[in-house]
Write a protein that binds this ligand. Structure first.
Ligand code: GLU
Length: 479
């Protein structure tokens, strides 16, 4: 059986776009599903627009998403000799020819066509010329068939037919000898034994030109699957106007990579009505039959929903490692209030508990980092609405009455805190919430938090007492 070989072939001219990442993912899934090979090829022939930073962003983005490649990265700029050899072969077999038309002549012809309102195609002046002028610069053009049709048997789009009369004699080598885009792609896909070319729909119009070159060189034509582009909610092509489009910005905004992978997989591919897939499930279920013809629409709320799912499911030690940089950036110097002065590390059981209490209540790591602010700041800011509702004079009296009980408490743990709060409420003929809520606002600044006694235990006695004293003073100062 033939080994399936796919490739991701990004042009490194910017960041890794989520559309590109989805193309990479589909190629990766298809290769993994078929126990095949996934190749990474950097199409860096556009010297002006390709940058080392963009190459790094592609590699970082794929690494973060867990899309590992079996071969590569290959760089087209390191393969010029190969392209020359293939061009030479085409010249020798009469499937390509030297074109001596100058840039200026071509421009004039183009201008004329424009005036006459005709589409411009090279008029093939040099196609059958017998002489080979010496010392004149030339480009090498592919001798495309003049009539008939070229059909793309696309695994997603079906058969797409292109009349050959509409296709040009493409330049494959420029006058400086450098190869052009469509030609490099064909040479690479041939020499890398790519069996399936899975790429964005925007490349469909290149495909007949590429197929003609395969045929001219007697190479087997790979199978093609052109996947619909990702659209924004307004059905226009996804752009920054709709959502962040750089893969790494999702990492920096606190999404887990598996959430983005799951989300991207479902943009254009489906398997029944299943939404949540482990990577293994995706690999098992992925086929090109599951890729739809209609475009996937980017839904930021759905991504948040998926993200929340994975945040809930992630093991605490992994989350701690991922969260630390976000915390360190917000709350330097970072330490637990229970062990001030000691740097906080990802294996801290205290941090694990903090995360455990919050992970069901947040959708991204950034939301977790924001939510747990009250452990890491000296004094919290009171949420205006919460303070107005809860910080009444009677609350200050209750807090003052409860304070000595806390001060005397030797074991500052959840069970003791809860027990004393209940006894206090009973003795004062109040609801537990009447004392719990002012404490919550005093400690966290807001009206909602994970279990109050957990939070108190994690904050530790000195900080709890200091914040309650602060709240009492604050309420009394309001008059
Ligand atoms: N380099 C092209 C791009 O970045 C992809 C070409 C291909 O997949 O054939 O859009």
């Amino acid at each position: 059986m033939e080994t399936i070989r796919t490739r991701f072939a990004p042009s490194p001219t910017g960041y890794l776009h989520i559309g590109g990442a989805r193309t990479a993912l589909f190629n990766w899934l298809f290769a993994r599903h078929n126990k095949g090979v996934f190749v990474l090829r950097i199409e860096d022939t556009d010297a002006e627009r390709s940058t080392p930073e963009a190459i790094q962003a592609i590699i970082d983005g794929m690494t973060w998403l867990g899309l590992d490649w079996d071969e590569g990265p290959f760089y087209q700029t390191q393969r010029y000799e190969l392209y020359q050899q293939y061009a030479q072969k085409l010249l020798e077999s009469g499937k390509a020819y030297k074109c001596y038309c100058t840039q200026q002549e071509l421009e004039q012809k183009r201008a004329r066509a424009q005036v006459e309102g005709k589409p411009f195609g090279y008029d093939r002046t040099c196609r059958d010329r017998a002489d080979q002028p010496e010392n004149l610069p030339f480009t090498v053009r592919f001798k495309a068939p003049l009539d008939g049709v070229t059909t793309v048997h696309d695994l997603v789009q079906g058969d797409v037919v292109f009349p050959n009369a509409e296709l040009d004699d493409l330049i494959i080598l420029r006058s400086d000898g450098s190869p052009t885009y469509n030609f490099c792609v064909v040479v690479d896909d041939v020499s890398m034994n790519i069996t399936h070319v899975i790429r964005g729909n925007d490349h469909l119009s290149n495909t007949p030109k590429q197929i003609q070159m395969y045929e001219a060189m007697d190479f087997p034509v790979p199978k093609f699957a052109h996947i619909p582009l990702i659209l924004g909610q307004d059905k226009a092509k996804l752009s920054k106007r709709h959502a962040a489009t750089s893969v790494l910005s999702y990492r920096d905004n606190g999404y887990l990579p598996e959430a983005l992978v799951n989300f991207l997989a479902r943009l254009g591919w489906s398997h029944g009505d299943q939404e949540i897939f482990t990577l293994q499930e995706m690999v098992e279920a992925f086929t090109l039959e599951g890729v739809g013809k209609s475009a996937g629409v980017f839904n930021a709320d759905k991504l948040l929903w998926i993200s929340q799912h994975y945040l809930k499911a992630a093991p605490l030690d992994r989350l701690a490692g991922l969260l630390l940089p976000f915390l360190a950036e917000k709350y330097a110097p970072l330490h637990s209030p229970l062990t001030p002065g000691e740097p906080l590390t990802a294996d801290s059981p205290w941090l694990h508990r903090v995360i455990q209490l919050q992970q069901e209540r947040s959708r991204t790591l950034v939301e977790v980092a924001d939510a747990v602010h009250y452990y890491f700041v000296e004094q919290v800011q009171y949420n205006e609405k919460a303070a107005r509702k809860t910080f009444k004079p009677a609350a200050a009296d209750l807090l003052s009455a409860f304070l000595p009980i806390l001060e005397e408490l030797e074991t500052f743990d959840v069970a003791h805190l809860e027990e004393h709060a209940r006894i206090f409420a009973e003795e004062n003929g109040i609801q537990l919430g009447d004392i719990a809520q002012p404490i919550r606002v005093a400690l966290t600044g807001g009206a909602g938090s994970p279990g109050l006694f957990d939070v108190m235990a994690l904050l530790g006695k000195p900080l709890v007492i200091a914040r309650i004293q602060h709240a009492i003073a604050w309420i009394r100062a309001q008059g």
